[in-house]
Design a protein around this ligand. Structure first.
Ligand SMILES: [Zn+2]
Length: 479
């Protein structure tokens, strides 16, 4: 029998704000343990939380970027459970009335395996806002709790069970991260816990419409791990079904060492959170004016930018995909291409020369020693025929090392392309006189033999002769 997987994701992302969601403590990463704390985020009895409007605004931004419907009225609920990382024994979250409903995330490009993705939209169920809990660290036989994380605004983005392969889940995570980065909501650094994800997965025979029993997997610390865990779990579930077994609803944990999932808890001991509205917090009303104001501040989404790049600059879908992967790369490209005749050439140069050179040096494009304007000027020199493409690469290497402008390097080192007919003619004559064999081959009809002569002239000119003129002059002599 053939099976298909049904995958849904729950992604938690910390929202970048100055202060925490219900108190005035700083929202920052890396401070000493329990330094950004106060009675509210430590969960003292009798304190009153006050909502941070900016966290709500950022969640509306995320919702609009994903095409969600934004609720005009939503409220805060208490999710009750007991755990050492949450001393007030409930987490302030949103239950039945989240800020954002519906929406979708377009996936494109390549999956983890490098296979091109079928372009499509993954539907969202909702996005709601809640407070993050403290972070527990276990060291040998002792454990520590750091409350700096407690109360950081946390968005939960829930997808529909819309994905069918681990590759699609991987592409979805990347697309979501890209949207949140573009909107400046979060850096989505999983190592810093800024983004966390749980997956739900079930399998069913192809053709069956009823969903199989879903298994939740937790403890996924990277997109790669999510992909790996899904691959493992799908295979495991198919094996169970093939052997005549059945699945029971449970939560499993991914073990990086074992490269396997194991049972964490089953449905029988699943928690009942007994949600109820938080009496300390007012419901949130999103007025039409506020929504309009947020909408007018939105930046272009990555998929809109991708489409615009293809349309406006005449570059391929693939190029647009690479150039919009990070917002900074797209910004760089647009500044470098500004006013240039051949934006396609700029796009190529960034992809073939700049990105590789920067990654070799471990430099992010936003810190590139060659500014977009400086790269644009180099492209102008190539376009005007002042330097050959080959020489331009040497000039570019020098620009990277020294930060000097292309024009200054070309002038200082005398690298101008030689387009003076007289000067090239002399070298062409020498090449013809010194290479009788190649000349004869060319005259006998081997068109390729001319390349040997071109190479000879280029070498004699130390790469500076205008190759187009060399070919023309050789042909005018030999034909
Ligand atoms: Zn606090």
């Amino acid at each position: 029998m053939k099976y298909e997987a049904v995958i849904g994701l729950e992604v938690h992302t910390q929202v970048r704000t100055q202060t925490k969601i219900f108190c005035g403590c700083r929202n920052e990463y890396g401070a000493g343990p329990n330094t950004n704390v106060c009675p509210i985020c430590l969960g003292y009895p009798g304190v009153l939380p006050v909502m941070n409007r900016e966290a709500v605004r950022q969640t509306i931004v995320a919702g609009l970027a994903c095409g969600c419907e934004i609720a005009s009225y939503c409220k805060w609920d208490r999710k009750n459970y007991y755990y050492p990382d949450m001393p007030k024994n409930y987490q302030i979250s949103q239950f039945d009335l989240p800020i954002c409903l519906g929406g979708e995330v377009p996936i494109t490009g390549k999956g983890f395996s490098g296979e091109p993705m079928r372009e499509r939209n993954i539907a969202l169920t909702r996005i709601h806002l809640e407070e993050d809990v403290a972070k527990s660290t276990h060291l040998g036989r002792s454990s520590g709790v750091d409350f700096n994380r407690a109360g950081i605004p946390l968005m939960e983005i829930v997808s529909e069970p819309d994905m069918r392969t681990p590759d699609e889940a991987y592409a979805y995570l990347n697309a979501l991260k890209q949207i949140l980065e573009y909107a400046d909501i979060s850096d989505c650094d999983m190592e810093k816990g800024q983004m966390r994800c749980d997956v739900n997965v079930s399998v069913r025979p192809v053709g069956q419409t009823k969903l199989g029993t879903k298994i939740e997997i937790k403890n996924l610390n990277s997109f790669r791990t999510a992909h790996r865990a899904l691959e493992y779990e799908i295979e495991r579930q198919i094996d169970v079904l093939e052997e005549g077994g059945s699945m029971r609803q449970e939560t499993r944990r991914w073990d990086d060492e074992e490269e396997a999932t194991s049972v964490m808890r089953t449905k029988e001991n699943a928690q009942d959170y007994r949600y109820f509205p938080d009496p300390d917090l007012m419901p949130v009303e999103v007025s039409a004016e506020w929504l309009e104001e947020v909408r007018s501040s939105l930046v272009e989404t990555p998929h809109a930018r991708r489409a615009r790049f293809v349309e406006q600059y005449g570059i391929t879908d693939y190029d647009a995909d690479v150039l919009t992967h990070e917002k900074a790369t797209g910004d760089y490209f647009e500044q470098a291409a500004q006013g240039r005749k051949k934006p396609k050439a700029v796009a190529n140069w960034i992809q073939t020369e700049l990105l590789g050179a920067l990654s070799k040096r471990g430099i992010h494009i936003s810190d590139s020693p060659v500014s977009p304007q400086a790269l644009g000027e180099l492209m102008d020199l190539i376009e005007a025929g002042t330097v050959s493409g080959k020489i331009a690469k040497d000039v570019f290497a020098e620009m990277l090392d020294t930060g000097t402008s292309a024009a200054a390097i070309v002038k200082e080192k005398g690298l101008e392309q030689v387009s003076d007919t007289g000067a090239i003619e002399g070298m062409v004559d020498d090449a013809i006189a010194g290479n009788e064999k190649a000349v004869q081959e060319y005259k006998d009809g081997n068109g390729k033999a001319i390349q040997f002569l071109v190479g000879h002239v280029m070498k004699a000119s130390r790469g500076k002769a205008n190759p187009k003129m060399v070919v023309e002059l050789l042909k005018s002599r030999l034909d």
